[in-house]
Design a protein around this ligand. Structure first.
Ligand SMILES: [Zn+2]
Length: 263
């Protein structure tokens, strides 16, 4: 396929660097000014790992949109992927409702998500339509190939959505203030907590959302999702001086800060 969407300039990364540097130099967005777009490989990933942050921002008046790239329909040995996919979709819609979020679904099958031009174009179009200020997705290293692919697809899509040269039905969007990576038990390698978000008042909404999923309630997987993520929020909260917190990672270049004086 033609790769004409790729930027023709010498180094698109420079623009991304400028964007992220601008994030930290810009004033903090106020309540209701943000649009969060959280993109997960499988329905349930986003809610488990960053649902409490999404609940918090929705409560503050921000818009929250979740894009599930696949339904994660292959994870139930007792059901066909088609039947479990239908169940996962219903569960995802219930979880979104509990968070006050809008839910979108990608066309891919569980286990078949790949870092392709087609996937980047699809997600770039979503970015152009949703116009997020903040994007949350998977960390780059993962036990699950779908998660690692989602990381690369989302980063390519955020850049693509910003480029005039990428032609789609929607105008370019350059308003992404940062891409943030959620803490997922499957994506632990090299993940170092960087930002800690206080979710002490949002754990109830988070629990209501994630327990929409049977696999979180304990009926399918032996992994104790609910206990793990609640305990993790307590651990991150402890080191952040909060009751509960959720940690996010960013790319190394996004940690650069330019100041007039020491903080
Ligand atoms: Zn997953």
């Amino acid at each position: 396929m033609p790769r004409s969407w790729r930027p023709s300039g010498p180094c698109p990364g420079l623009w991304a660097l400028a964007l992220v540097t601008a994030v930290w130099a810009a004033p903090v967005a106020g309540a209701g000014d943000r649009t969060l777009l959280a993109i997960g490989a499988h329905a349930g990933d986003v809610e488990n790992s960053s649902g409490a942050i999404l609940a918090r921002h929705r409560r503050l008046g921000d818009r929250v949109v979740i894009l599930h790239l696949t339904l994660g329909e292959g994870g139930n040995p007792k059901m066909s992927p088609a039947a479990y996919g239908e169940q996962k979709k219903r569960e995802a819609l219930a979880a979104a409702q509990a968070l006050g979020a809008e839910a979108l679904f990608g066309p891919w099958k569980d286990g078949e998500l790949r870092d392709t031009e087609e996937a980047a174009r699809f997600v770039a179009d979503v970015v152009r339509q949703v116009k997020p200020t903040h994007v949350i997705t998977h960390w780059k290293a993962s036990l699950h190939p779908d998660h690692a692919a989602a990381h690369r697809i989302v980063n390519a899509a955020v850049l693509l959505a910003s480029l005039e040269g990428f032609e789609s039905l929607h105008p370019r969007h350059r308003g992404v203030r940062g891409v943030f990576y959620a803490e997922n038990w499957e994506d632990a390698e090299g993940f170092t907590p960087y930002l800690y978000v206080d979710v002490g008042e949002d754990l109830g909404a988070w629990k209501a959302a994630v327990t929409s999923y049977e696999f979180v309630r304990g009926g399918i997987s032996s992994f104790p999702y609910l206990e793990y993520y609640e305990s993790l929020a307590r651990v991150r909260g402890a080191v952040a001086g909060k009751r509960f917190a959720v940690a996010l990672e960013v790319d190394p270049f996004a940690k650069k800060r330019v100041l007039d004086t020491l903080p």
